[in-house]
Design a protein around this ligand. Structure first.
Ligand SMILES: [Zn+2]
Length: 353
């Protein structure tokens, strides 16, 4: 009831005392953001990504109408230059025709070629990243035309190389975390480590698990799941390309591919991998979070992923709703927020509200 009179100096000091802890406490208290417009993930989307909405897609019907199988390469160049310059740049870096010929199986019609472009860019993208010994990730051709490439050291799987500044957990061990029980990824074939199945529905991610999480890290046989964080990120990088090509070639309502599902599955795996090593392999986690190149790489890929995932085109993906929910669980989004905090970001604001 008594008015409190403060000098201007005292009032300012009180405001500053109150304001400082409030800002620090804001991140863990509120619901975690998916993409933070104030950190590297949002910054990549806002300043680097050359993104277009469907209404802005340049026409390619003239290229389709004049398609000739003998000139499939110039057709691909033309389509990608107009719709997805990052994909054209990947093929150019790889040397063009020989790289494309490894992955393009049918070229009788324009439709056949368009149907394979997502896979072609994905595989050729692997090729350019793996053409150097470092962990190199070609992420995008930027708005300015410059290449966006990240190189991050270490985090190889044991047994994948004889020399790494820091080895990282075999990715097959993702099958043994608690989140795996929410969507058992494989019950049919050759997976040897997955003894942790719970109940729940099955989706196409069992196929991805068989491809990427297969194998027992304790045996001497090399299997795909023996690979570590560096290759999990490499696969993620290329599934973003797959999703982007499918997005940019979509005519709306007719495209049904697994690209959205694959990308969401990788986001879910990345979050779980961060959570698992933070608790069980603190030396690996400390190495990762102390590395500016790794933080930049993961956060940029994270923002880029959601740029495409939040721009929906009808029919693009059956059965991705559950994986979307799984990737957006607050306890897993917190793992991305921890990376942001390590990157000096303390004021998260949702970019895609
Ligand atoms: Zn791949």
């Amino acid at each position: 009831m008594h008015p409190i009179r403060l000098s201007a100096t005292t009032a300012l000091a009180l405001i500053m005392q109150c304001a400082t802890p409030a800002v620090v406490a804001a991140a863990p208290a509120g619901a975690p953001v998916v993409v933070d417009r104030n950190c590297a993930d949002g910054d990549f989307v806002l300043t680097v990504e050359d993104f277009r909405e469907p209404s802005q897609f340049p026409g390619i019907q003239d290229l389709i109408n004049s398609y000739q199988s003998a000139s499939y390469l110039s057709f691909i160049d033309g389509v990608l230059a107009r719709r997805y310059p990052t994909g054209k740049r990947i093929i150019d870096i790889a040397g063009g025709k020989p790289a494309v010929d490894r992955w393009l199986w049918s070229k009788n019609t324009a439709s056949q070629v368009l149907g394979q472009l997502s896979t072609v860019v994905h595989e050729v993208g692997h090729g350019i990243d793996k053409s150097v010994p470092e962990n190199r990730y070609f992420v995008a051709r930027s708005k300015s035309g410059a290449d966006v490439v990240f190189t991050a050291p270490g985090m190889h799987g044991k047994g994948t190389t004889s020399n790494s500044p820091k080895y990282s957990m075999a990715r097959s061990l993702l099958l043994a975390d608690l989140d795996n029980r929410k969507r058992p990824p494989a019950q049919r074939g050759t997976i040897t480590t997955s003894k942790e199945f719970g109940s729940g529905s099955h989706g196409s991610d069992r196929d991805y698990a068989e491809t990427y999480l297969n194998g027992d890290p304790a045996n001497t046989k090399f299997e795909s799941g023996d690979q570590g964080f560096n290759m999990l990120v490499e696969e993620w990088t290329q599934y973003i390309n797959s999703m982007a090509v499918t997005y940019y070639l979509s005519s709306g309502g007719t495209t049904r591919t697994s690209d959205r599902h694959a990308l969401l599955t990788h986001l879910w795996w990345i979050e779980r991998y961060l959570a698992k090593i933070r608790v069980e392999q603190p030396d690996q986690y400390s190495y990762l979070i102390a590395s500016a190149p790794w933080r930049q790489t993961v956060l940029s890929l994270w923002g880029r992923s959601w740029r495409y995932l939040t721009s929906t085109l009808p029919g693009m993906e059956p059965d991705s709703g559950q994986v979307t929910e799984l990737a957006r669980q607050p306890h897993l989004l917190d793992e991305i927020q921890r990376l942001r905090a390590g990157h000096g970001c303390d004021n998260p604001v949702e970019l895609f509200p």
